[in-house]
Ligand binder design. Structure first.
Ligand code: NDP
Length: 291
């Protein structure tokens, strides 16, 4: 049987972890990176160093791209487009859904098939069980390389539209970064009162551990467009957020985050939703804020 091959272009922490995982599973791995020295450790572990991007593309049908964004993808691939016909590009870097669709059209125009990926793992998680990556794009290309992709993480194929994996990924990142920033603001507030992060950990963890039940309960209502104020009302939420803002102001910490939250709550009030659930704010958030 022919040895299985993969080329990895882009050797930041993520690309290096992916190349390592594929080497560990016996794949023939070809690597290329703008800063060539980042390939040294992989070459020592058995990877082939491609002298050029063209060589990296020529070495394997499956080409994993792990670059900062799609601008970097074009910068790297444009000089080597004659090597693209017949390749399957799997772009695991972050960018917008529209950018993913544009990149898929660009790749297709050069004779390559293109899968978008959204990795829900950090570099040390690559090759470990329990992690997953969203994929979208041509199903036959995904199926043909599923086994090699599952060396990296589990796979979650979302559909043919190359933008879809980026949609799921950016939705996740939206949730992740706003949650992390909320936590960091809470820690700044605690710190202003002499309470270290360690002391907040149990209550913060317990609050977040309750979130799956909270989400499951309200998701059904949100999809049904129903926001009864039977358990909590937006008017109560406004008062609560206002207390967070005032506590923050009193502590002398940054108030931009609770101020932004309060502003959204007030728009909900102005839209006549005082007696609805605070989850009715999803309707406010579906539209851009008036300038
Ligand atoms: P880095 O930004 O550290 O590395 C990106 C790679 O892109 C490097 O190899 C870098 O080359 C290359 N690069 C950037 N700009 C250019 C350019 N103009 N021309 C040529 N090469 C360029 O990212 P990571 O490895 O951390 O992540 C890669 C992708 O994976 C990103 O899109 C990231 O959002 C995504 N991701 C990362 C996660 C993480 O935890 N790290 C988690 C999930 C997704 P050079 O070495 O020469 O600078």
């Amino acid at each position: 049987m022919r040895e299985q091959e993969v080329s990895v272009i882009g050797l930041g922490p993520m690309g290096r972890a992916m190349a390592r995982a594929s080497l560990g599973k016996g794949y023939r791995v070809t690597v290329w990176n703008r800063t060539a020295g980042k390939a040294d450790e992989l070459v020592a572990a058995g990877a082939d160093r491609a002298a050029t991007v063209h060589d990296a593309l020529a070495a394997s049908q499956l080409v994993v791209l792990s670059l900062t964004d799609n601008d970097a993808v074009y910068t790297v691939l444009e000089p080597a487009t004659e090597a693209l016909p017949g390749r399957v590009l799997v772009n695991l870097g972050s960018d917008t859904p529209e950018s993913a669709r544009r990149a898929a059209r660009w790749a297709s125009g050069h004779g390559a098939r293109y899968l978008t990926g959204g990795v829900q793992a950090s570099p040390p998680d690559i090759g470990q069980p329990g992690f997953s990556t969203f994929y979208s794009g041509p199903k036959e290309a995904f199926d043909a390389h599923r086994e090699a992709l599952e060396v990296l993480t589990g796979t979650d194929y979302r559909g043919e539209d190359p933008g879809l994996a980026a949609v799921y990924y950016q939705v996740g990142m939206d949730l992740f970064w706003t949650t992390v920033l909320g936590w960091l603001h809470a820690l700044a507030l605690a710190d202003a009162h002499g309470v270290p992060a360690e002391e907040v950990l149990p209550s913060a963890s317990s609050m977040l551990a309750g979130m799956p039940d909270f989400l499951a309960f309200y998701t059904r209502r949100i999809d049904a467009g129903e926001y009864p104020g039977d358990l909590e009302k937006l008017a109560m939420g406004v008062a609560s957020v206002d207390h967070v803002l005032e506590t923050s102001r009193g502590a002398g910490v940054d108030t931009s985050l609770p101020s932004a939250v309060l502003e959204v709550f007030r728009r909900g009030m102005a839209a006549g939703r005082a007696d609805d659930s605070a989850t009715s704010l999803v309707e406010v958030l579906k539209k851009p804020a008036a300038a």
